[in-house]
Design a protein around this ligand. Structure first.
Ligand SMILES: Cc1cc2nc3c(=O)[nH]c(=O)nc-3n(C[C@H](O)[C@H](O)[C@H](O)COP(=O)(O)OP(=O)(O)OC[C@H]3O[C@@H](n4cnc5c(N)ncnc54)[C@H](O)[C@@H]3O)c2cc1C
Length: 353
């Protein structure tokens, strides 16, 4: 195995996009992903052959890298369904119907879900260069080790993962140690959230003039949107849970039942018989969230790469991942912006010898 390669830690959108750019430039890489699947915070589940996003579902106008990648990979883009009335459930359970709140109108979704990007990127890469179940448990200058004891060497290491997760990787280097507090202070976007999706034979709420948007002060879902398939063949509603991470622990089934009851309160009896109910609690995923992420973020942080994370190991340790992106930090677009930035840095270092 060549030492003249980049070791990429993390097989989310950022790590895979970086791998694709290095590969296209003829620069070797090996990518290590701790989970048994690629995608990281991108996770799409299926019902009746249709895709439902349990992590990110949207991108927005002006996020050109996302638009371009979807187009290059031939993944159809469609607009979030938002026509009709929204529902507001107040703390007493009283329902108010109207327009203008909780709508994600104008955002875009992907047919096949966000995982279509992950599959498309992975297909273009040499499969031997991608290691799943490859938890990086130690790094040092120019090398890393996996939990199974295997070691790999490279001329650059790119950490394409949330900085707060990177801060937990053991490393004996004093420079890395000095940067740890900076890494740990960067919150991971959406890591403390949980998302619930209920699927239905058809989007029946649309027939009653509802958009599927709902905001609630009663819960357990705090914010709901239509998540139906592109052509409306299968209906789906998804909601972010408003219940704190600690109270969600081991409460999955009860929360699913309470979420379905709430959907029936807000959209009518037909909502009480979903085809499937999925719930993913990101706060319980060790490769995404730390205990610090249990406290939800109420506004989007100002992201970017702090000075302390630059120039480590003579510039051979490079932070990637959406949270350190030069723009759109925390978002999918940021994951792509970070990949672009890291690829340029590595390829420029190669070019200058
Ligand atoms: C519920 C939810 C909803 C969201 N909604 C949106 C949205 O609608 N639009 C939007 O733009 N963004 C949204 N986001 C944010 C979006 O998901 C992220 O910006 C994006 O996925 C980040 O990609 P990434 O590759 O930088 O990081 P990640 O996807 O976190 O990838 C990091 C990877 O590193 C791996 N890893 C961790 N530790 C190790 C280790 N020690 N060794 C090896 N591998 C390791 C992880 O398993 C993971 O695969 C949402 C996120 C969540 C959780």
């Amino acid at each position: 195995m060549t030492k003249n390669q980049t070791l990429i830690v993390g097989g989310g959108l950022s790590g895979l996009a970086l791998a694709a750019q290095l590969h296209a430039a003829g620069h070797p890489f090996t990518l290590f992903e701790a989970r048994d699947r690629l995608g990281g915070r991108i996770m799409t589940l299926e019902d009746a052959g249709h895709a439902f996003d349990m992590g990110p579902a949207w991108f927005w106008p002006g996020q050109d890298r996302m638009q371009r990648l979807a187009s290059e990979l031939g993944v159809p883009v469609f607009e979030q369904f938002a026509q009709g009335d929204a529902v507001y459930e107040d703390e007493t359970g009283k329902l108010h119907r109207g327009t203008g709140f909780a709508s994600m109108a104008g955002s875009y979704r992907l047919a096949g879900g966000m995982s279509a990007l992950i599959e498309g990127l992975a297909q273009g890469l040499p499969s031997g260069a991608i290691h799943l179940n490859a938890n990086v448990t130690k790094i040092a200058q120019g090398k890393l080790h996996l939990s199974d004891g295997r070691g790999f060497e490279g001329d650059h290491i790119a950490l394409a993962l949330p900085p707060r997760i990177a801060a937990e990787i053991p490393c004996e280097d004093a420079g890395f140690d000095a940067a740890r507090a900076t890494m740990a202070a960067i919150p991971t976007w959406m890591a403390g959230h949980a998302k619930c999706v209920a699927t239905y034979d058809r989007p029946f709420w649309r027939e009653a003039g509802f958009s599927g948007d709902m905001a609630s002060r009663r819960g357990p879902l705090a914010e709901v949107h239509d998540a139906s398939s592109m052509g409306g063949e299968i209906g789906a509603l998804f909601g972010f849970l408003g219940v704190p991470a600690e109270a969600r622990r081991n409460a999955g089934d009860a929360l699913k039942r309470a979420a379905v009851d709430q959907l029936a309160r807000c959209f009518g009896d037909q909502a009480s018989t979903p085809r499937s109910v999925f719930l993913v609690d990101w706060a319980q995923e060790a490769a995404t969230a730390t205990p610090k992420d249990a406290e939800p973020l109420y506004s989007h942080p100002r992201y970017g790469k702090p000075l302390a994370l630059n120039g480590l190991w003579h510039g051979t340790l490079i932070f990637g991942g959406s949270e350190v992106a030069p723009e759109y930090g925390g978002f999918l677009e940021g994951a792509l912006a970070a990949a672009e930035d890291v690829a340029q840095t590595i390829l420029a270092a190669k070019a200058s010898g």
